[in-house]
Design a protein around this ligand. Structure first.
Ligand SMILES: Nc1nc2c(ncn2[C@@H]2O[C@H](COP(=O)(O)OP(=O)(O)OP(=O)(O)O)[C@@H](O)[C@H]2O)c(=O)[nH]1
Ligand SMILES: [Mg+2]
Length: 344
């Protein structure tokens, strides 16, 4: 799995103090460790780039410092390296930029060769989406590559046998979010394995993607987001290209309704999700309802209360539904997948 992406940019690679360094999502390369940085650069092709960049530095004036005469970026074929235990795959752009992917130790970088090349070419020379002139552009460029390669890894490399086997079936991306401790990961686990454990307390830290075969209807990819406050910015990474959104709340924890409501509305009207159907799961109903038998009346009353509080009635231009669930007692869990297919 791709864990990080980084980029070094400078007029030439000789002066490490003049390099600008970017990393996403973490600064996995130690920016202060010049030794590590020069290992990455030299490791790329044994210093060849550096010699080239030295030779070329006279040809590149500051105003056209990154383009060659054709206006296209020259993108080297990527090179795998192991540096300080990191499994790194670097490419070099115009002899002035090193861009590197960091994979888990046992990944094979060559699985990513084509996508890495194609993405760089596409973004730089077709869409021309990054001129490396401002920081935000560079950051967006890195995030885009990170997401696309990560997704490629999740969908094609790690899941290859499954995907090839079922490639004709529909593939539905379910973006599952909500504040921490509401039961998102428990839901995915329940649907996938049938298991539930009260003491299974494992707050999600990275988003995790789980694939579930839903009867004959198709393949669901649950993007289970971490709910803790510090990780909520990751939601923005996960929401692209979702086919349906599931928002989960913990009905028994009213003290956090306000926070939950705020987070819901912050995300739901984002451009990427416009028009995408929403399934709201009001989970842990077992904690406020002693028996599983929730009557129609009770259910309606509770629904109204929740709708009023969260202002779900203001959801516009999309299908949506509120469903009570208990991952613990399995109440309504079996119909979650049915509702997903009904809504999309
Ligand atoms: N009583 C009850 N407990 C539940 C239910 N669903 C989940 N839990 C418990 O709630 C706790 C949190 O569940 P998680 O699935 O880890 O919550 P999460 O939303 O994934 O949390 P983050 O990953 O931190 O965002 C666990 O201890 C679960 O056992 C439910 O329906 N009823
Ligand atoms: Mg979780």
């Amino acid at each position: 799995m791709l864990t990080n992406i980084f980029l070094f940019i400078g007029k030439n690679f000789q002066d490490l103090n003049q390099l600008n360094i970017y990393g996403y999502p973490n600064d996995i390369i130690n920016f202060d460790d010049k030794d590590q940085i020069s290992k990455v650069i030299y490791g790329h092709d044994h210093g060849d780039q550096i010699l080239k960049s030295k030779a070329q530095s006279s040809q590149f004036s500051p105003s056209n410092n990154l383009h060659n005469t054709t206006g296209l970026y020259l993108i080297d074929s990527p090179i795998p390296q192991i540096i300080d235990g990191l499994n790194i795959y670097t490419s070099c752009i115009n002899g002035k930029i090193i861009i590197g992917l960091v994979f888990d130790k046992d990944d094979n970088p060559y699985d990513y060769k084509d996508i890495f090349n194609e993405l760089l070419f596409e973004l730089l020379n077709v869409e021309k989406s990054c001129s490396f002139e401002d920081e935000i552009e560079i950051e967006n460029f890195l995030i885009t590559i990170f997401i696309d390669i990560r997704r490629f890894g999740d969908e094609q490399v790690e899941r290859r046998p499954q995907i090839e086997y079922r490639y004709q079936e529909s593939f539905i991306k379910v973006f599952l979010f909500g504040i921490d401790d509401v039961g998102k990961s428990s839901l995915v686990r329940r649907i996938k394995t049938g298991e539930f454990n009260d003491n299974y307390f494992m707050p999600t830290k990275k988003f995790s993607i789980d694939y579930v075969q839903a009867e004959e209807k198709g393949f669901l990819a649950f993007w289970d987001m971490p709910g803790q406050r510090t990780f909520r910015k990751k939601w923005l990474i996960g929401l692209q290209d979702s086919n349906i959104v599931i928002y989960m709340i913990d009905v028994a924890n009213q003290r956090r309704f306000e926070e939950s409501k705020k987070e819901f509305w912050k995300i739901i009207n984002r451009y990427d999700l416009l028009g995408i159907p929403v399934l709201i799961l009001a989970n842990k109903i077992d904690l406020i309802q002693h028996s599983d038998e929730i009557t129609e009346d009770q259910s309606e009353k509770l629904k109204n209360e929740i709708n009023t509080y969260f202002e779900f009635d203001k959801i516009q231009n999309r299908e949506w539904k509120l469903l009570f669930t208990s991952v613990k007692t399995k109440f309504n869990i079996e119909i979650v997948t049915k509702e997903i297919f009904d809504l999309i």
